[in-house]
Ligand binder design. Structure first.
Ligand SMILES: NC(=O)c1ccc[n+]([C@@H]2O[C@H](COP(=O)([O-])OP(=O)(O)OC[C@H]3O[C@@H](n4cnc5c(N)ncnc54)[C@H](O)[C@@H]3O)[C@@H](O)[C@H]2O)c1
Length: 292
C-alpha cells in the first residue's frame, strides 16, 4: 500500500533534477504520474522528448503508472492540454507539482528583455497557467458534487524569499511572485477542497552546477556511505507528504535542503510611524530612516 494509491499527479519539469525525483517518489507511493518536460537547455532553449520519456520508462519499469507530456507550461494552451491529458489518461487530477524552471542570470543593467521575459514566463506564468486550468477542473468537480481533495505544491526559491541574490532580478521576482501566488491560491481554492503550498528547495542539479560561485560546492564528492545533503531525492519526501489526501497543511512555504525543513513567513510590518495630517518632508527625514 502506498500513501498516494489511487491519486493522479502532474509534475512539471519532471524529466531532470528535482522534478524527476518528485515523479519517481510519487509513482513509488502509488500515484499515476503525468511526467511533463519540454526538454530544453538551462536557459529554456530547444526541446527534447527524451528526458520526460526516460522518467516514464523508469517508473513503468519499476511497476508504476506514468505517461509523458512535452508541453511548454508557459504556453496557455499547452498548460490546458497538460491538465486535459491527466484527466483523459488517468481519469482526473489530485496532485499538481509546479516545478519546471530555467535560469537566465544577468545584472540588471545588462539584463535584456528576452532574459526577463523568458524567466518570468516559465516560472510565474508557467505556475499560474497550469494552476488556472487545474483550478477550473477542480471547481467544476466541486460544483458537480464530486468530492475534491487536491494538493498543489509550487516551487519558490531562497532567491526571491529569504536570500535576495544579485544577478537574479528576473528569477527572484518570479519566485517571490510564486510565494505570493501560493498564499492567494490557498485562500481561494480551499472552498473547492484544494490545498496549496510551496517549497524553496536546494539540491545538486544542472541548474545549480552551472551557477557561478556555487557549482564547486554542489559538485564536491560525498564519501561513500555518508548522507548526500545535496541529492535532489532529499526534497521529494516533503512533496509526497504535502500531496497526501490527509495532509492538513495549506498556504505555507517551506525551505528544504538535505535533512532540514524551515517554515518561511512573508512580509510583516516591523514598526509604524504616524502623523495626524499630511507628512512633511522634514518629519520624514527625521523619523523614516530609524523605521527602515
Ligand atoms: N536546484 C536547486 O538548488 C534549486 C533551488 C531553488 C529553486 N529551484 C527550483 O526547482 C525547480 C527545478 O529545478 P532543477 O534545479 O531541478 O533544474 P533542472 O534543470 O534539473 O530541471 C528543470 C526541468 O524543467 C524543465 N523545463 C524548463 N522549462 C520548461 C517549460 N517551459 N515547460 C516544461 N518543462 C520545462 C527542464 O527541461 C528541466 O528538465 C525550478 O523551479 C528551480 O527554479 C531549484
Amino acid at each position: 500500500m502506498g500513501s498516494l494509491d489511487g491519486r493522479v499527479a502532474i509534475v512539471t519539469g519532471a524529466g531532470r533534477g528535482i522534478g524527476r525525483a518528485h515523479a519517481l517518489l510519487l509513482a513509488a507511493e502509488g500515484a499515476a504520474v503525468v511526467v511533463n518536460d519540454l526538454g530544453g537547455n538551462n536557459e529554456g532553449v530547444g526541446a527534447d522528448a527524451g528526458p520526460a520519456q526516460q522518467v516514464v520508462d523508469e517508473i513503468t519499469a519499476a511497476g508504476g503508472r506514468a505517461i509523458a507530456d512535452t508541453a511548454n507550461i508557459a504556453d496557455w494552451a499547452g498548460a490546458k492540454a497538460l491538465v486535459e491529458q491527466s484527466i483523459t489518461a488517468f481519469g482526473g487530477l489530485d496532485i499538481l507539482v509546479n516545478n519546471a524552471g530555467i535560469l537566465r542570470d544577468a545584472f540588471i543593467a545588462a539584463m535584456d528583455e528576452a532574459q526577463w521575459d523568458a524567466v518570468i514566463a516559465v516560472h510565474l506564468k508557467g505556475h499560474f497557467a497550469v494552476l488556472h486550468h487545474a483550478a477550473a477542473y477542480w471547481k467544476a468537480q466541486s460544483k458537480a458534487g464530486q468530492p475534491v481533495a487536491a494538493s498543489v505544491i509550487n516551487t519558490a526559491s531562497a532567491s526571491g524569499t529569504f536570500l535576495p541574490n544579485p544577478g537574479q532580478a528576473n528569477y527572484g521576482a518570479a519566485k517571490a511572485g510564486i510565494a505570493a501566488l501560493t498564499q492567494v491560491a490557498a485562500l481561494e481554492l480551499e472552498r473547492y477542497g484544494v490545498r496549496v503550498n510551496a517549497i524553496a528547495p536546494v539540491a545538486r542539479t544542472r541548474l545549480t552546477l552551472a551557477t557561478p560561485g556555487m557549482g564547486a560546492m554542489f559538485a564536491a564528492e560525498v564519501p561513500a556511505g555518508e548522507f548526500d545533503a545535496f541529492a535532489p531525492e532529499n526534497i521529494a519526501p516533503v512533496v509526497a507528504y504535502l500531496a497526501q489526501e490527509k495532509c492538513p497543511i495549506t498556504g505555507q512555504v517551506f525551505a528544504v535542503q538535505g535533512g532540514a525543513i524551515s517554515a518561511l513567513t512573508g512580509w510583516t510590518a516591523t514598526g509604524t510611524i504616524e502623523t495626524d495630517g499630511p507628512w512633511q518632508l522634514a518629519d520624514l527625514a527625521a523619523r523614516l530612516p530609524a523605521l527602515g
